[in-house]
Design a protein around this ligand. Structure first.
Ligand SMILES: Nc1nc2c(c(=O)[nH]1)N[C@H]1C(S)=C(S)[C@@H](COP(=O)(O)O)O[C@H]1N2
Ligand SMILES: [Mo]
Length: 240
């Protein structure tokens, strides 16, 4: 495995700090002791009363998939709100923390040793384009189960290497077709599409599909910050 390097402008000092130390998500999640949580369970339109464990083991309804000859190899437009981050695959770790009994710190080798799932689905961006893509990787439910969430968990926060962030309801996060993908159309995931690890799911719009995921935090309450686009007025649930 090599080092992923891309000829892009260097990250600012602040971005590097965000990626290495991650004080930023701690702040978002109230890690400094500031009570910035709000219990929005009653305000969001979707049912959130199912416990995480039953969601993982109850079969959820599958979205029909496409066939291989329907893949649109060049239709996926790279859509990134700022520069592609520089991530050293050898040093990369996926952190899973929050309200869990078994916090995780996984290398790509460890992630790739988990069962591989692939799916051919349509990616839909609200900017008016879509693409049928084959994604392959590990099911989010696998990762969540490994972390042994406490039964209070209702949401997952995803922090990305470019400081993008989003939050999902836990039912959608552990849907069998929600993957942490490291392959696209049968090949290693390109850096611009989120390598080493990105979210891919047919049940949410494009802006929920975080690329360069470096940290997943499972929580019982959403912060006032819900996502990069969500905090600018885009719908939070963003179901397809
Ligand atoms: N980290 C990160 N993830 C992101 C974004 C981003 O800017 N940064 N853009 C989102 C949007 S709006 C879309 S449509 C998809 C695009 O994925 P692609 O660039 O692989 O086509 O990524 C999503 N995930
Ligand atoms: Mo998008």
């Amino acid at each position: 495995m090599g080092i992923i390097r891309i000829p892009r402008p260097q990250l600012t000092r602040r971005q590097i700090l965000q990626i290495s130390g991650l004080p930023w998500l701690n702040f978002l999640l109230g890690g400094c002791g500031t009570p910035i949580f709000e219990d929005v369970a009653g305000k969001l339109s979707e049912p959130l009363n199912q416990k995480v464990e039953s969601l993982i083991f109850q079969p959820q309804k599958l979205v029909p998939e496409f066939s291989r000859n329907q893949i649109e190899s060049n239709a996926l437009i790279v859509n990134t709100f700022r520069d592609t981050p520089i991530i050293d695959i050898e040093k990369y770790r996926l952190i899973v923390d929050g309200e869990v009994n078994n916090p995780l710190n996984l290398s790509m080798k460890e992630i790739q040793a988990l069962p591989l799932t692939s799916m051919i689905i349509r990616h839909i961006c609200v900017e008016g384009w879509a693409a049928i893509v084959e994604w392959a990787g590990v099911q989010m439910s696998e990762i969540v189960a490994l972390a042994q969430p406490k039964e209070t968990v209702k949401y997952a926060y995803f922090l990305s290497g470019d400081s993008y962030y989003s939050s999902w309801d836990i039912a959608s996060a552990v849907h069998p077709q929600t993957l942490l993908a490291y392959q696209k159309n049968g090949e290693l995931l390109p850096v611009d599409n989120g390598a080493p690890l990105r979210l891919a799911s047919p049940i949410k719009l494009g802006y929920k599909q975080s690329k360069w995921v470096i940290r997943i935090t499972l929580v019982s309450n959403l912060s006032v910050y819900k996502g990069y686009w969500e905090d600018q007025g885009y719908e939070w649930f963003a179901g397809v």
